[in-house]
Design a protein around this ligand. Structure first.
Ligand code: 13P
Ligand code: SF4
Length: 303
């Protein structure tokens, strides 16, 4: 059987012609992941975008990921296959909200989850991802931290870095935050032997039930290295789909029904093909946004 279908072969041909690098987040459909040069979490995606040698970077993910790639590689053409794929968590905070918090806590450093706009990054001290949040917060000289915008990741950080005072903002990922303790307990009751791995964007009560807490890539690595045979996956449903393919001897259950990021699912194969063919949708940032935000993002990559 052919490894790639017709559309995938067309994409690989265009990728070569346009000298493009395709980076896919784990939450986009596995068919799209199959044509990517790398499948990654948001931290690895930022690092690979910064190191890119190609003329064009195609970000199979949501808008803030495209913006991060552009900030770290401003000379490259950065394309988003789905121009309207956004992140509802990123939309919960504006630069004005951050300035207000800075006035309230003038001694504090602002640690900004990478799931945010370039304008918000521009007024922050440093960025972090879910896999680097603890390391970034521990590395700062300030004792007081304003953590934006995810209150759940911020709570996880506060519990693990008790030596710092963390001021939280009231933002969250609606996809991860909607999972309830009752739902997880019901899945656990049906699969009592299963190991529960969760993303820190889930609420505190759900995280407290977990055997392992980590970013998307950390969950995948944990499952692959584990001797256990059954897992409850507490993050976007593409991960259990991917793991079922890559670890056919293990069983996977979603922590919640409908654990779907609809914005990530907008990145379909036809959208990747069209983006390479037509040069749409190019990520363009103002010089002010680039100058302001590249420092906070670059500092994260260096930490
Ligand atoms: P990571 O890729 O850092 O695990 O983040 C998950 C996420 O929600 C991306 O939007
Ligand atoms: Fe944003 Fe949540 Fe979707 Fe990640 S899963 S892109 S945080 S809405």
């Amino acid at each position: 059987m052919e490894k790639y279908n017709e559309l995938q072969r067309e994409i690989l041909k265009l990728k070569k012609e346009k000298n493009a690098l395709i980076l896919a987040h784990y939450y986009v459909p596995v068919e799209v992941q199959a044509v990517a040069d790398a499948v990654c979490d948001s931290f690895a995606m930022a690092k690979l975008a910064k190191a890119a040698k190609e003329d064009v970077i195609v970000i199979c993910g949501v808008r803030f990921m495209g913006e991060s790639a552009k900030l770290l590689s401003p000379d490259k053409t950065v394309l988003l296959p789905a121009g309207d794929a956004g992140c509802p968590m990123a939309d919960t905070i504006t630069a004005k909200d951050v300035l207000h918090l800075k006035e309230k806590y003038p001694e504090a450093a602002v640690v900004c989850y990478v799931n945010s706009s370039a304008a918000v990054k521009a007024v922050s001290t440093v960025c972090c991802t879910s896999s680097s949040a603890l390391k970034v917060v521990r590395s700062l000289p300030e004792k007081e931290i304003i953590f934006i915008p995810d209150k759940n990741l911020g709570t996880f950080v506060a519990e693990n870095v008790p030596e710092k005072t963390i001021h939280l903002y009231d933002g969250c990922c609606p996809i991860h935050n909607r999972v309830t303790v009752e739902e997880v307990l019901a899945v656990k009751a049906r699969h009592p032997e299963a190991v529960f791995a969760v993303h820190p964007e889930c609420c505190k009560g759900v995280v407290a039930l977990a055997d392992f807490v980590g970013s998307t890539a950390e969950i995948i690595d944990f499952v692959k290295a584990s001797d256990a045979g059954e897992f409850i996956i507490g993050t976007e449903c593409e991960i259990s789909r991917l793991l079922s393919i890559e670890c056919p001897d293990k069983k996977f259950y979603n922590a919640s029904e409908g654990f779907i990021c609809h914005d990530m699912k907008k990145v379909e194969l036809s959208a990747v093909r069209d983006c390479l063919k037509n040069g749409t949708y190019e990520v363009c940032l103002t010089q002010n946004e680039i100058e302001g935000a590249e420092n906070s993002l670059d500092r994260m990559v260096r930490i």
